[in-house]
Design a protein around this ligand. Structure first.
Ligand code: MLT
Length: 230
């Protein structure tokens, strides 16, 4: 349950990294691959995203919660379900989520987690023997509520299979147990949810708070995310 700026303290070698950015990057990645997007390339800069647009990728970019000017898509899961993205390759850059993923490349396996695919992710991780690091994207290097809430939900589901390496999972799990019957209601209090509410995207928050509506687990192969072959 780390934020990306703490990753340098950990050896990712041989470990599975679960990247989470509930509002909304990893919720979008899960939604896109579950709804027919062919592959998703997470990049860290707007320039990298535009370069891929020039060679036929749909370019999705968010900064400060809003769609960046000159791009095909912003960062709403509803955009990743539209007819126009089916069968397409999407290049995406967001304020925190894609950065968190690209800071975790030393891991043996990089998976994308969200409430939307938490059951499938849980069942897959139960079959693995490697250590798991949950990388919470946070907001500009700082803790955020929704990503740690997800980490707690995942830790709660895996508590019989894994030993917790520190107390962060215990705190995250306690947060989830308090919120589990109303994830949306709990998440609405987060700073980013309030930021998004000002941009009139409350419906994204409600959508991203749903548990286990998709079975797809995005996995990084080379520089692209594809559905994990289970
Ligand atoms: C992020 O990267 O922090 C989020 O994806 C931002 C957003 O989608 O609003």
């Amino acid at each position: 349950c780390l934020t990306p700026d703490l990753l340098h303290q950990y050896d990712l070698d041989g470990k599975i990294a679960v990247i989470v950015d509930i509002l909304r990057a990893t919720s979008c990645m899960v939604s896109g691959l579950a709804n027919g997007v062919k592959e998703i390339v997470p990049v860290s800069t707007l320039e990298e995203c535009l370069a891929l647009q020039k060679i036929g990728y749909l370019a999705a970019a968010e900064r400060e919660g809003a769609k960046a000017n000159g791009f095909d898509m912003g960062n709403s899961p509803f955009e990743y379900m539209e007819e126009k993205v089916k069968g397409q390759k999407v290049a995406v850059t967001t304020t925190n989520g894609t950065l968190a993923l690209n800071k975790s490349l030393a891991a043996e396996q990089i998976l994308v987690g969200a409430f939307l695919n938490i059951a499938a992710l849980t069942e897959y991780l139960k079959t693995q023997t490697e250590d798991v690091i949950i990388v919470c994207a946070g907001w500009k290097g700082k803790f955020n509520l929704e990503d740690t809430l997800f980490a707690g939900a995942l830790c709660y589901r895996l508590r019989d299979q894994f030993e917790f390496a520190c107390d962060a999972p215990l705190a995250a799990e306690a947060m989830y147990l308090q919120a589990q019957n109303d994830i949306f209601g709990y998440m609405k209090n987060s700073s980013h949810a309030k930021r998004l509410a000002k941009l009139n995207v409350i419906k994204d928050i409600e959508f991203c708070s749903q548990e286990s509506i998709y079975d797809v687990i995005p996995v990084l192969v080379g520089e692209s995310l594809f559905p994990l072959e289970k």
